[in-house]
Design a protein around this ligand. Structure first.
Ligand SMILES: *Cc1c(COP(=O)(O)O)cnc(C)c1O
Length: 425
């Protein structure tokens, strides 16, 4: 009996013994939970590997992975073991005391990246807040800038706190929340002339640039990979002018791009970078990482009650070690090539609808033509009916971010579901 069939038969036994529990009611849910999300009308109940089941017992192949977060998929033995052992031992004590496993995780991250030091928090937005605070303090104490500016890109995404929606170069996330944070300036992504012009223009107005904050690949903004030459020129500019280069690796980091960190695809090293989504495999954890040269926080400068607690760090360390042990970078590379080749073959069959397929490793986007009447969320709804979970990256891009353990057969199954979904329009 397959694991899927086994779970199915076990749940029907449970139901016959205990009776069906009260069915999921979205009306009751919406009555009590703030309406910040436009949700799909299903509730997921359990998962294993890249498969999840809803409360009606329907099975889906999960190419969302909690939005590029469930690195090892669902119910991975390494995570189950780490979660179970740590919750039985010690889960939270605060940073009033040393947390040895926080040190072990920091050591792993430092040994596997260009960074020398790590601060732990709980989410991507918070990791970016930490980076912004670090850059501002560096500006005041090292660069002697009183009114520092941080340059970010159009179509970027850096989170939903006030500083990070300000950093996010998309007005739709900022609307209704003014006054925004001062000290940000926006440029088009992958456009070096625009960036150089912005820096000198700001200079001439006596507003000095302290940092440039970018994604190595823009995730939410439409799966736009960074251009190597662009980032290499930025690195040069930053070195010449003493500007900090901060990379937001929240979505693309932790092996999703086919390299452990997105910046490895660009042939440069940032001064500061941030991680979150895939870092804990679905357990909340974020990190701000930096080189020794900008490791200037003093006791009291920054803090988090939950940040780096034994539970989150033990699970994250297990995720990191499993990435290495199972050689998942190789799987990400191979499955990514397979997925892009398959999506490109589908794109050729639907040239009126599909404009292009792009991405790195297992973060890929299929862009619909501006002229096509199709929008990503409609295609995604049909794919869901066909048993495949996908997530949009804007109205015209369908994003594919499966767990990094995805198999060859699962990629083929997903490609077939995409093709069936497009055929129905
Ligand atoms: C998701 C995301 C964030 C925000 O992370 P949260 O954990 O939701 O706060 C920031 N930056 C990028 C690039 C992201 O993809």
């Amino acid at each position: 009996m397959s694991p899927e069939a086994l779970i199915q038969s076990l749940s029907s036994i449970t139901e016959s013994v205990f009776g069906t529990s009260s069915p999921f009611s979205s009306t009751e849910f919406d009555e009590h939970v703030m309406t910040t999300y436009a949700r799909y009308p299903i509730a997921l109940e359990r998962g294993t590997g890249c498969r999840v089941w809803d409360t009606e017992g329907r099975e889906y192949l999960d190419f969302v992975a909690g939005i590029a977060t469930c690195t090892l998929g669902h119910a991975h033995p390494a995570m189950i073991q780490a979660v179970t052992e740590q919750i039985k031992t010690l889960h939270h004590v605060s940073n009033l005391y040393y947390v040895p496993v926080q040190g072990e995780l920091a050591k792993w991250l430092v040994e596997h990246s260009c960074a020398d030091h790590v601060f732990f928090c709980n989410s991507g937005a918070e990791a970016n807040e930490g980076a912004i605070k670090l850059a501002r303090k560096y500006a005041h104490t090292v660069l002697n800038i009183d009114d520092p500016v941080i340059i970010t890109a159009h179509a970027s995404f850096h989170g939903r706190t006030l500083a990070t929606i300000t950093a996010t170069g998309q007005p739709k996330y900022q609307k209704g929340f003014s006054p925004l944070m001062p000290g940000f300036y926006y440029v088009p992504y992958n456009d070096i002339n625009a960036l150089e012009t912005a820096i000198s223009e700001l200079d001439s107005r006596d507003r000095r640039v302290a940092a440039i904050l970018l994604e190595a690949l823009q995730g939410e903004g439409g799966v736009n990979p960074g251009d190597q030459a662009y980032f290499q020129r930025i690195r040069q500019l930053c070195d010449e002018k003493g500007i900090l280069l901060i990379l937001d690796e929240v979505q693309v980091g932790m092996a999703r791009s086919g390299k452990l960190w997105g910046y490895e695809n660009l042939g440069i090293e940032p001064d500061i970078f941030t991680s979150a989504k895939g870092l804990g495999g679905g357990i909340p954890i974020g990190a701000t990482l930096c080189k020794s040269s900008c490791n200037i926080f003093q006791p009291g400068d920054h803090a988090s009650t939950f940040g780096g607690n034994p539970f989150a760090c033990a699970v994250s360390l297990a995720v990191c070690q499993t990435l290495e042990r199972e050689n998942l970078l190789e799987n990400v590379h191979d499955r990514g090539e397979q997925l892009r080749a398959g999506l490109r073959a589908i794109a050729e069959k639907y040239p009126d609808h599909i404009k292009t397929v792009r991405g790195w490793g297992l973060i890929n986007g299929m862009e619909l033509h501006a002229e096509s009447p199709l929008i990503s969320s409609e295609v995604i709804k049909v794919a869901m009916d066909n048993g495949l979970l996908l997530v949009p990256a804007g109205p015209k891009v369908i994003r594919f971010v499966p767990p990094l353990i995805v198999t060859e057969a699962e990629i083929n199954w997903a490609l077939d579901a995409v093709e069936r979904s497009l055929a129905s329009f």
